[in-house]
Ligand binder design. Sequence first.
Ligand code: MN
Ligand code: MN
Length: 295
Amino acid sequence: MIEELEKASKIARDVYNYSKSLLKPDTYLIEIAEKIEEKIIDLGGFPAFPVNLSINEIAAHYTPDINDRSILKEGDLIKVDIGVHVDGYIVDFAYTYEVNDNKYEDLVLASKEALKRVKTIIRKDIELGIIGKEVEETIKKYGYKPIYNLTGHKIERYLLHASINIPNYDNGSQTKISEGIYAVEPFATNGIGFVKDCGSSKIYSVVNYKPLRNLNARKILDNIYNKYKYLPFCKRWIYRDFKDLNNIDLIINYLIKEKVLIEYKILCEQSKGLVSQFETTFLINNGVKDLVEII
Ligand code: MN
Ligand code: MN
């Protein structure tokens, strides 16, 4: 295995164990996110994206913003989604935890078991539809629905979502998996099985790195690009990186208007159903390696 990927994999495993120790009731989400991100850096990696802490009907893309005062509460169903990269080699993983409760144990198990099942069948040349079918059938056995409009994805160097999507249902795709790195992420819900946008996440990524007329914006963009390339970053990080700037919001808006940045939306289950998720990253060549082994 490439040395950098091996290092990211080792860090991911350590960070997974560390992150679980932070999920105590009455803790600020921002504290959890920042401690996880700091740990990744302490261990010699970088966050591949801001730590996502999505609670209950929020399926994905929630990271605490700069003045976020949200607190983790008893009974919350939290999805912790973490990315680690070393020199652009990314490991992406997630798990669900019900804070001091087990009312939704089955819902948590549904997505966990789906990922376990995929782990037993995934290999080079398997069709995408077959993976989706396994996810869908496993989740339905528990009496829940997969989230139809969320997918896993191929990963490339400095590119979190490469061209191939891995469905969470049987979409009939006969496209075969080639060698490479893939994140598989089954989502299960007791709702209708679809997510919709429900607010701005303050998570962005550069999609078009181009010269800008506005010199101030250009300087900021150069800094962002040098540090994050095309990987997602958040406003919280920009405030930390550019402490002495007072027009950060204006510049971010300008960069979005210029189509240099895109902003991700927070994704919520459409019928406010609760959502569970498990995710790991597989290295596929002639064999299969689970780079995190949380399941
Ligand atoms: Mn993820
Ligand atoms: Mn992912």
